[in-house]
Write a protein that binds this ligand. Structure first.
Ligand code: URA
Length: 199
């Protein structure tokens, strides 16, 4: 069993905070273990809790559409959330619940080593970049210092949450336009990494 599968199993059984109470499944995340891009949402909702898989409801459908816009599908990327069990009535995750999942998300990043981390929505963005306003920084890449010793800095790309486009259709176009910046950004990251390798 791979380290990622072991970690995913551990997450499914997690009892580190109150969130597992009343849920059907833990939702560790899924996708390509060697993905260049990791998408991080907020927390599982009702459909995700029932299936134990991230982004499988209405927001997930729109995420799949966004991926198609850059010729990718779910199997090309890794998709997870800041917290791994569904908060009751889809309330926002509390600080101590985010904290209880912190190590899991860090380990997922360490194992997958994505070139780019795309945060979906305000909560996922603020987990890595506290204090920023999504309306001001969506669609702009940010390099963030790692708080894990030995782990290099990462490039983050904040997007609005796909669910926000479902209740505010005006954001659909913004999300698609932001998403379309990703292939260009990846090419820039590759160039930068090549340059650093030869130095
Ligand atoms: N919203 C999220 O943030 N994550 C999911 O997995 C589903 C909906």
């Amino acid at each position: 069993m791979s380290n990622l599968s072991l970690l995913e199993d551990q997450i499914r059984k997690c009892r580190n905070c109150r969130l597992f109470e009343g849920t059907n499944n833990g939702v560790p995340g899924e996708g390509n273990p060697d993905a260049d891009i990791m998408f991080i949402g907020e927390a599982p909702g009702k459909d995700e809790d029932l299936q134990g898989r991230p982004f499988v409801g209405a927001a997930g459908k729109f995420l799949a559409h966004l991926l198609e816009a850059i010729n990718l599908n779910r199997d090309d990327v890794y998709i997870t959330n800041v917290v791994k069990h569904r908060p009751p009535d889809n309330r926002d995750p509390l600080d101590d619940e985010i904290e209880a999942c912190r190590g899991y998300l860090e380990q997922q990043i360490v194992i997958i080593k994505p070139k780019l981390i795309v945060t979906l929505g305000r909560h996922a963005m603020n987990r890595f970049m506290p204090g920023l306003k999504i309306s001001e920084v969506h669609g702009q890449a940010k390099r963030v210092k790692s708080d894990v010793p030995g782990v290099p800095d990462k490039i983050y790309f904040p997007l609005y949450h796909p669910a926000s486009a479902l209740y505010n259709p005006g954001l659909r176009g913004t999300l698609i336009a932001d998403m379309k910046k990703i292939p260009i950004l990846l090419r820039k990251i590759d160039k930068l990494n090549k340059k650093n390798d030869t130095q």
